[in-house]
Write a protein that binds this ligand. Structure first.
Ligand SMILES: Cc1ncc(COP(=O)(O)O)c(C=O)c1O
Length: 394
């Protein structure tokens, strides 16, 4: 089992022992097992998967399909053909909105979305609503409170029998808050599309049992290769996906499902697929319960230290040691712009995220830290020391 809290499996981190990388929610470094798998794939007979009948092409396609099955298992999907490889969560969400959305909304209907969610989550649906306005399609917002929790009453107000699609985020990219779909008054007829970019690799996903029939995942936030991800569409929704038959013929010479025909036009990223499967195996070997305890411990240590820092406010619900934390949290330092705080931290070897956070109009003072398996108490303490130094600069 990989050693929790150990950087030893991450060459990018062992190369810089004084660095505290606290930006996993943007992208995780690659661990040795994933690098080894990628390297083996690149060194081997990596022909274009399925593009040709010779053994190299056939074997490359077989490895893609094995990876699909492995990733589907990791996501808790019932069938591998419910998972398509994409270039990340942004590409997956745009695919679902563009190719699945028009059919379900053909006779009008409402798309519920949260304006406080990641732009990649929200924008494809707003564009779709705009394109289909004449057909009676509308985008209806629901609110998060200032700590990043969905307001269930506001959600209930926004939902109605006109709701066709609910777009939701499993773990918020700034606040790190979980979404409990079961606590929301989702109309029975609505289809839920869940952004799992920040939850995959942080909490177990059981998509087959979830209220969400559609989901997107980002591979490079869960130790996979850059520019990888998946779109999950449950079988019962496949008939709604628009396939461009001519374009689908440019894909691998093998039909997996209507989903993959549409989402995997052109050459498959076979290297990305095997890399993502090996990232999933890496996380499974750690164990998500074990990882959750580790992240909760680090966040609790940070929250305890932050409580001693004058002017620091957590931009999320109070940290509770008994409740599993996502490992992602945000804070503001009174009187300081987030980018300035990030700069001071960067000078001390602590990498965090500030700026627009890929949100519409975020607080200028918001700074996000996101812990993962390779972080330990030293990183937390370095962060706290950096923040004490930043607080003194006025
Ligand atoms: C909640 C959320 N959705 C979508 C994305 C976009 O993911 P990707 O980089 O895979 O396109 C991110 C990335 O930060 C995210 O945090």
């Amino acid at each position: 089992m990989p050693d929790l809290g150990s950087r030893r499996l991450f060459p990018a981190l062992t190369a810089e022992p004084e660095l505290s990388y606290l930006d996993a929610a943007s992208g995780t470094p690659c661990p040795e097992p994933v690098i080894a798998r990628l390297s083996a794939e690149l060194r081997g007979p990596a022909a274009n998967p399925g593009r040709g009948g010779h053994p190299w092409a056939r074997d490359a396609l077989r490895r893609v399909e094995e990876s699909r099955a492995a990733v589907a298992g990791f996501l808790g999907a019932a069938y591998p053909d419910e998972v398509a490889f994409t270039r990340g969560a942004t590409g997956a969400m745009a695919f679902i909105a563009d190719r699945w959305g028009p059919s379900v909304l053909a006779n009008g209907g409402e798309i519920l979305y949260c304006p406080g969610d990641h732009l990649s989550t929200v924008r494809p649906w707003l564009r779709l609503a705009e394109r289909m306005r004449d057909q009676g399609v509308r985008a209806v917002p629901y609110r998060r409170d200032r700590l990043g929790r969905i307001d269930p009453d506001d959600f209930a107000r926004a939902a109605s029998d006109r709701t066709a699609v609910v777009v939701a985020t499993d773990v918020h990219n700034l606040h790190g808050t979980w979404t409990d779909l079961d606590a929301l008054a989702i109309p029975p007829s609505a289809t839920v599309c869940l952004d799992c970019s920040q939850s995959a690799g942080r909490r177990p996903l059981r998509l087959a049992d979830s209220r969400a029939e559609l989901a997107v995942v980002s591979g490079h936030k869960m130790f996979g290769p850059p520019g990888t991800g998946t779109a999950y569409v449950r079988r019962g929704q496949h008939h709604r996906i628009a396939v461009d038959r001519a374009a689908a013929r440019s894909g691998p010479a093998r039909h997996v499902s209507q989903l993959t025909d549409a989402a995997e036009e052109g050459s498959l990223d076979g290297v990305g697929a095997v890399g993502l499967a090996s990232a999933a195996a890496f996380i499974d070997a750690i164990g998500l319960d074990h990882l959750g305890d580790h992240l909760t411990r680090l966040v609790t240590r940070f929250a305890d230290g932050a409580a001693q820092l004058v002017g620091l406010t957590l931009l999320g619900p109070p940290v509770d040691n008994d409740r599993m934390h996502s490992g992602i949290l945000a804070f503001a330092l009174d009187g300081h712009v987030g980018a300035d705080v990030a700069f001071v931290l960067e000078r001390r070897g602590v990498y965090v995220r500030a700026g627009d956070h890929c949100l519409e109009g975020p607080r200028e003072d918001a700074v996000r830290v996101s812990f993962h398996v390779y972080n330990d108490e030293t990183d937390v303490d370095r962060l706290l020391q950096g923040l004490a130094a930043a607080a003194e600069r006025n």
